[in-house]
Each structure stands twice: as structure tokens, then as C-alpha cells.
Design a protein around this ligand. Sequence first.
Ligand SMILES: N[C@@H](CCC(=O)N[C@@H](CS)C(=O)NCC(=O)O)C(=O)O
Length: 202
Amino acid sequence: MKIFFSTSSPYVRKCMAVAHELGIADRIEKLPNAAHAINRDANIVKSNPTGQVPTFFCGDGTVLFDSVVICEYLDATFGGKLFPKSGRERWARLTEHAAADGILGAALLARYEATLRPETLRWPDWSSSQLKKIRSGVEWVEGIAESLPDRVDIGTLAIGCALGYLDFRFSDMNWRSQAPKAADWFAGFSQRAAMTATAPRG
Ligand SMILES: N[C@@H](CCC(=O)N[C@@H](CS)C(=O)NCC(=O)O)C(=O)O
């Protein structure tokens, strides 16, 4: 198995954290690439029309994207313990996954605005609206924080990666002051081997 990888991508991190929890991370070869929202990497585009990381090669010719699909594929193929199979538990965990990815989507857009868009073309209302989305996502996580302890599943892994990305790229936001219960949970969860092994860099 192979993955177009990045040490700074929270979506790649989520896939690799899932792989670590399933005990198969060392079976995934990390492929270098130059994923970039403006200067797209044609080599990724050959396999994934979005040109984004993560892009995953199953080893039998199948290519998977995006991270939501890759995470569920890994779990279904190598253990089946991180995604509940059916019922309310499943929808709850998938909704947590979506909330975490919602935080990340807004965070990435805000970052691109601040780092990629030429300064003269920047639109402050755009950035502040993405920051509001991040904040309402964090508030949502705080609302379910009492359900997080003692769970290792796609919901907690995705939320852990999203909060970790805020620490990595948006430390000025001080999300912990807005979400003290989630912060307490995150302090412990981020010490899991799957989280320390995938901590963002770059
Ligand atoms: N929805 C995608 C998002 C992936 C994504 O945004 N990846 C970023 C890196 S964190 C990327 O490849 N950016 C380059 C681009 O957008 O072209 C997923 O869940 O995998």
C-alpha cells in the first residue's frame, strides 16, 4: 500500500492515525509529492482529479480518495473496530468525523487565504468567516466533550487531528479557552501512540 503523504496535512494525519490504531502503518509506503492548491502536482492528478493528499493506493490497482474514504477502507479491511457498523452509533461517529473535517475545511481555506492569496487580493471578511466556522466547530466539539473520553474511533481520531491542526497552524486562536472540556480530553488523547507518531511537522 502507498499514500501520497505530507507531514503537515491533517487529512493525511487522520488516515495515518487510523493506520496506526489498526497496527498497519508500517505497511504503507509514504510517497513524496508537491501537492499545492495553486501549482498542482500533475503526478497526483493522474490518480486523483483533485490533485490532493491523501491519495491512497491499495496495492491491487485500486486508488482511493479522499481521507473519509481511505479511513473507512482501512478500518473495513484491517480490523473493523473504528467505524461502528450500523445504527445510531454509526451516524454519531460519522457526524463527528464530518464536524472535524468541517473545522479542517475552514482552517485550510483560512490558511490558503493568508498564505497563498496575493496580499492585495485578500478579503478580510472571507478570513473572518472561516475563523467563525472553526469556532462554531470547536463549540460543537465542546458540546459533545463528555462523550469523548474512553473512546478510540473515527470520531475521536478525526476530532483529535482537527484540534491538533489548530495547535499547529492557529495557535493564536487559543481554542482551549473556548473548549475546556475538550481541551482536558485532548491532553490525554494526544498522547496516544497513533497521535504522537503522526504529530504535524513542516
Ligand atoms: N477532502 C479532502 C481534503 C484534502 C486536502 O485538502 N488536502 C490538502 C492538504 S491538507 C491538499 O492536498 N491541498 C492541495 C490542493 O488543495 O490542491 C480529504 O479529506 O482528503
